[in-house]
Design a protein around this ligand. Sequence first.
Ligand SMILES: C[C@@](CO)(OP(=O)(O)O)[C@H](O)COP(=O)(O)OP(=O)(O)OC[C@H]1O[C@@H](n2ccc(N)nc2=O)[C@H](O)[C@@H]1O
Ligand SMILES: Nc1ncnc2c1ncn2[C@@H]1O[C@H](COP(=O)(O)OP(=O)(O)O)[C@@H](O)[C@H]1O
Length: 277
Amino acid sequence: MLTFPNAKINLGLNITEKRPDGYHNLETIFYPVPIEDALEINILNKGNGKFRLHQAGLEIEEEAESNLVVKAYKLLDDRFNLPPVDIHLFKHIPSGAGLGGGSADAAFMLKLLNNKFELGLPDDTLEEYAAKLGADCAFFIKNRPTYAEGIGNIFSPLPLSLKGYRIWLVKPDIFVSTRDAFAKIKPHHPEMSLKEIAQLPVEEWNGRMVNDFEESVFPQFPAIGEIKEEMYRQGAVYASMSGSGSSVYGLFKEDAVLPEVDFGEKAFVYKGQFTDI
Ligand SMILES: C[C@@](CO)(OP(=O)(O)O)[C@H](O)COP(=O)(O)OP(=O)(O)OC[C@H]1O[C@@H](n2ccc(N)nc2=O)[C@H](O)[C@@H]1O
Ligand SMILES: Nc1ncnc2c1ncn2[C@@H]1O[C@H](COP(=O)(O)OP(=O)(O)O)[C@@H](O)[C@H]1O
């Protein structure tokens, strides 16, 4: 059985408070983007252990044991004693990009196991399992536009559609530490709530919808800020860094022509268009 875990972008990200436990409260909108990994499971012949992981595509440094698809399998196996599985994962979504690729793989693995082994788990239960694997992981169960608050783990659905808009996304060969990015920020509440801004036409987001991480990340890595400037030079109606970086996306009108731009040999570049959710 085969599935295609997709990435997300953050539309706005306000870091509002530092908590006594050292974490930060924030508000953001997660929106699915059609950049996809491929994930397949088959039943593994007896005598080969409980799982085998075959990886292809972009490399991830993790050992198989700490790959999030394996963690997802183990979580359900502990509860349901699943048959052994042969896992094939093709990574296309860059890691450390603020695109949630690892979380997407984990959530889609839960859904895949639920279907393959007819566990009958409803979305709410799958979301509870997903939340154990990462703060944003549960978003990928329903995989619909979502307003997130708390430490990024309390969700409510949001009526929002980017249908027709083109997206140009670039992830330069730069690693941003999420922990350091948080540490450099002075939390504050925004003047206008993100939910309100999201109801405005996309053309009115620039200057209102903000990713607070940009203020801590761009001075340290000017090349990331320059990608955002390039997006606006090319006619983006809205551009932003996603999550804690390092990817940057631009949203363009349906009829926009996106030219070839050299963002460096090792940059990941994606051009696509939103369809209906
Ligand atoms: C900020 C977001 C928004 O989408 O960034 P991206 O991962 O998408 O870039 C995520 O919530 C990130 O979540 P995640 O990437 O899972 O972060 P974690 O590994 O859990 O946390 C790394 C470190 O960031 C800090 N941290 C994380 C989340 C939070 N709400 N407050 C924090 O202060 C903590 O110091 C933590 O040790
Ligand atoms: N299946 C997976 N795909 C991507 N990253 C994974 C996976 N399993 C574990 N990881 C680890 O999770 C971390 C976060 O990756 P990811 O969610 O893709 O990026 P981001 O937090 O920037 O959205 C990486 O350090 C990576 O090594």
